[in-house]
Structures are given as structure tokens and as C-alpha cells.
Design a protein around this ligand. Structure first.
Ligand code: EPZ
Length: 434
């Protein structure tokens, strides 16, 4: 397996343009099942999750062709409604196949998503929403089997104990585009990735009102057409580089993501004293503060609140911020797998329930650490670049799921990071932390 070998002590400098957003591309790929006409999807990030979703669409009967590194053609002339267990169980986001299969085939057999290291990944809201649309479902042998032959538009309240659900909203939205009648979704997610999905569906002929709000209205149509759609830029990738700039006394300008999609992050970075310059609608520059950072507190919330996918990265920045900072997870209360690894690098963090209480330290030191999930991996890389000494990060396949060519992009900003197969590590770095 590959590792990242990072020589710390550098600072991130320069300009970078982010790629397409994984969390928009995955439901967008699923939405191509809603039509029997070809769809061209552009600005797709080159990630293992995307290649995996392409495999799943092929297993359902769609013709899926990669046109270039970042563009694909999908034609779902005739499809099966059964998403295979051996494929679907490996990627939780496959649950977003439910909605298009109900919309197109009026039935769906999709294997239940496993949990993952960031916590349980329930689908009760997805199923409550489909029930409100007149679907009947059963859980059998690890599959959720949904019968939507009598499905039609209805009022759906989709809020749960943690607020809105992103892929739950995607599922009900996609199903409703082809169901008779009108569907109102209240407490809908309004993440930029959902807005992007809505824009693609409208270009296919869907009738959707309230795009960008927590209340969506969808009037079902008989058929949707093919389209060409370019995926929205990845705000989480953008935020990762901006936090890295602040952590490493750097000066980084990120192009591509709309600064308003990063409002909560930029507001927080401004409050700790980092110098944030909005150069244009889709270019933001962050430079290190001229004086020591000020501690702050962050609570992760559904959009437009602070994104949980930038929680680990902010945690790493707080490790180097003098004083006591607190970060509280209201989306995934247990999403702190990065904390023990940051502690191995000298961070002073205490977990209290769903909060991390972080006492800033003057410096972090390089150490052998383990990636555990996509965003934790990114946080560890930022910490390793900021730290003194060398770090080895194992299990970086987690990172490859959501960051395209991350080491090359970080190298372009001056980071000394190399991708090295574990067996080629220098002898003194061979032993894996027990
Ligand atoms: C999406 O996951 C993203 N994944 C996640 O990104 C992201 O962290 C999450 O939204 C929150 O923004 C993709 O888009 C592929 P949710 P999703 O349903 O839709 C609870 C990454 O690192 N909930 O919005 O699965 C749930 O337990 C990944 O890129 C229910 O209780 O997340 C969580 O506490 C990680 N019942 C909260 O809602 C349900 O039926 C938000 O989950 C569904 C969710």
C-alpha cells in the first residue's frame, strides 16, 4: 500500500485551481439513470469513488464511457433495479441510487450502506421520505427493497435529529422528478452540491422550484432528456488548501470555488486573525496572520453552517493556535478519528462528548501516523507540512477517494510530500505504529 512521506517545516505558497466536487459528482452520476438519453458529465474529479460509481452504473446496465480524465458519457437505455451487494456495500454514497431507480423503474433493491469510521450512517430519513411518496419497503438480507409502483408526489418533511440530510434530499428530489403530482420537501439540504444536482436535473427537463433553499417543490414530468453538465468546483478541497496556508505561515490563492460556498470557513479564519482576501467570486487568498492567531470555537452544522467535511482540517489549525479552542460536531458526533493521530504529533487535544477541546502548542513534530477517513487524511497531511521533522502517513487510499492527485497539488504549493510504497520506506520508518 502507498504511504505519504512528508518533510515538515515548509509553508504553502502559490496559486491552485480546485477540481470538481466529489460530493456533487456522485449523485449527479446516479441521476443519469433518470433518462434513457445520453448524459455528458464534465469537470468530474479523477477519484476512486467516481470510478467505482461508474462500475455500479455499468452493473445496472448503463453504458458508461470515460471521454477524458475528467469527463464521462453515461447512457442508461435500459437498466436493472437491483444494485449489486458486492459493489454497493463498498461505497456508502451508493445509497443515492435509490431515488433514480424509484423515479425510473418504480422499484429498487439497494444494499444497505455499512457504517464507517466517522460514525453510523443511517438511512431512516431516506426511507421516511420514500414512504411519504407512497413507496413500500422492506429490509431483507442486507438489502433495502423498495416498491414504488404506487408512488406519487406528496409533502415530505426531511429533517432529522442532526438537521437536513444531503443524500436523503438527493434521493427524494431525484425520485420526485418522474413521479406524478407535486412534491414539497421541507428541511431539505441546501448544500452547493445539491444546488448543482438541481441545476443538472432542470437542464434535463425537471421542474424544480426553491433551488438553494430548505424548501424544494418538484412537479413530476413524464420523461427527462439527456444533458451536458459541468460539475461544481470542490469547496472542501478549496477550504483544505486555505486552512493549510494559515497553518504553515503561507500565502495561497485558490481558484474555482465560489467564496460564498465557503462563507462559514472564511468567517472563522477571519476571526482567528488569518488574512482573508476575496479576490473575485471564485478566487480567495489566505495569508498567515501578522500576529499570533486568536483561539475560537466552531460548531459543525448543515449548510450554510460550518461544514463537517472541514472539521478535521480546522482541528489541525487549532492545534497551532495559542489558547483554548473548541470544535463541536453536530453532524457526526464521533468524527474525531484524526485526534489520536494529531496527538502522536504533539497536539494537546481532549475529547469531551462531541467536542474537541484544543490547547494550542508552539509546534507539532513529525511522526508515523495512520489515515482513517478521507478528511482526517487531509488534516494529517496539513499537520505534517506544518510540523518539524518527517512524517509517514499510512493507508492514504482513504485520501485517494476524495482528493485528485493531492500530493502533486500540494507539491505545486511547495510542500515536500512524496507518495512512496510502504515497502520502499527508509528502514527507520518501516515499522507500523502498533
Ligand atoms: C454527505 O453525506 C457527504 N457525502 C458527506 O461527505 C458529508 O459529510 C455529509 O453529507 C454532511 O455534509 C456525499 O455527499 C457523498 P447526511 P450524507 O445524510 O448525505 C444523519 C466526505 O468526507 N442522518 O447529510 O450521507 C447522519 O447520521 C463525506 O466527503 C440520519 O440520521 O450525510 C448525519 O448525522 C463524509 N438519517 C447527518 O444526518 C438519515 O437517513 C447528516 O448526514 C440520513 C442521515
Amino acid at each position: 500500500m502507498d504511504t505519504f512521506h512528508i518533510q515538515g517545516g515548509g509553508s504553502l505558497q502559490g496559486e491552485i485551481t480546485v477540481g470538481g466536487a466529489k460530493n456533487a459528482a456522485l449523485p449527479i452520476f446516479a441521476s443519469t439513470l433518470l433518462t434513457d438519453e445520453p448524459c455528458i458529465i464534465e469537470n468530474v474529479p479523477d477519484l476512486s469513488d467516481i470510478r467505482f460509481m461508474a462500475e455500479i452504473l455499468r452493473s445496472l446496465g448503463a453504458t458508461v464511457e470515460r471521454l477524458t480524465t475528467n469527463s464521462w458519457r453515461v447512457e442508461a437505455k435500459q437498466i436493472s433495479h437491483i444494485a449489486p451487494y458486492e459493489l454497493v456495500r463498498k461505497m456508502r454514497a451508493s445509497i443515492c441510487l435509490l431515488g433514480p431507480l424509484i423515479g425510473r423503474e418504480k422499484q429498487a433493491d439497494v444494499s444497505l450502506p455499512g457504517g464507517c469510521v466517522i460514525g453510523p450512517r443511517p438511512i431512516d430519513l431516506h426511507l421516511k421520505g420514500l414512504s411519504r411518496l407512497g413507496c413500500e419497503y422492506s429490509i431483507e438480507g442486507g438489502y433495502v427493497r423498495v416498491d414504488g409502483k404506487n408512488a406519487k408526489g406528496n409533502y415530505v418533511f426531511l429533517g432529522g435529529r442532526h438537521g437536513s440530510t444531503v443524500l436523503g434530499t438527493a434521493n427524494i428530489l431525484m425520485a420526485a422528478t418522474l413521479l406524478p403530482g407535486i412534491t414539497h420537501i421541507d428541511s431539505a439540504a441546501c448544500e452547493p452540491e445539491i444546488i448543482d444536482l438541481c441545476k443538472m436535473l432542470v437542464s434535463m427537463g425537471a421542474k424544480i422550484k426553491g433551488i438553494g433553499s430548505h424548501s424544494l417543490q418538484i412537479e413530476g414530468v413524464k420523461k427527462l432528456s439527456g444533458c451536458t453538465h459541468s460539475v461544481i468546483s470542490d469547496r472542501i478541497e478549496a477550504g483544505t488548501y486555505l486552512i493549510g496556508s494559515a497553518m504553515t505561515q503561507g500565502d495561497v490563492t485558490v481558484h474555482g470555488a465560489n467564496h460564498r460556498d465557503l462563507g462559514a470557513l472564511l468567517d472563522k479564519m477571519d476571526s482567528i486573525g488569518a488574512r482573508v482576501d476575496i479576490l473575485s467570486e471564485s478566487s480567495v487568498r489566505v495569508r498567515a496572520a501578522l500576529e499570533p492567531y486568536k483561539p475560537t470555537d466552531v460548531i459543525t452544522l448543515p449548510h450554510p453552517g460550518y461544514p463537517t467535511d472541514l472539521q478535521a482540517q480546522m482541528c489541525a489549525l487549532m492545534c497551532l493556535t495559542p489558547g483554548l479552542s473548541i470544535i463541536t460536531e453536530r453532524v457526526y458526533p464521533n468524527r474525531f478519528m484524526h485526534v489520536p493521530e494529531l496527538q502522536r504529533m504533539g497536539a494537546d487535544i481532549a475529547i469531551e462528548g462531541s467536542s474537541a477541546i484544543i490547547k494550542g502548542v508552539p509546534r507539532l513534530s513529525g511522526a508515523p501516523v495512520m489515515a482513517s477517513d478521507l478528511r482526517a487524511s487531509a488534516a494529517l497531511i496539513l499537520a505534517a507540512v506544518a510540523a518539524e521533522g518527517e512524517t509517514v502517513i499510512r493507508r492514504i487510499y482513504h485520501l485517494d477517494r476524495g482528493y485528485e492527485e493531492f500530493e502533486k497539488r500540494m507539491q505545486s504549493l511547495g510542500a515536500q510530500v512524496m507518495r512512496i510504497p510502504e515497502k520502499e520506506l527508509p528502514q527507520h520508518l518501516q515499522e507500523e505504529p502498533i
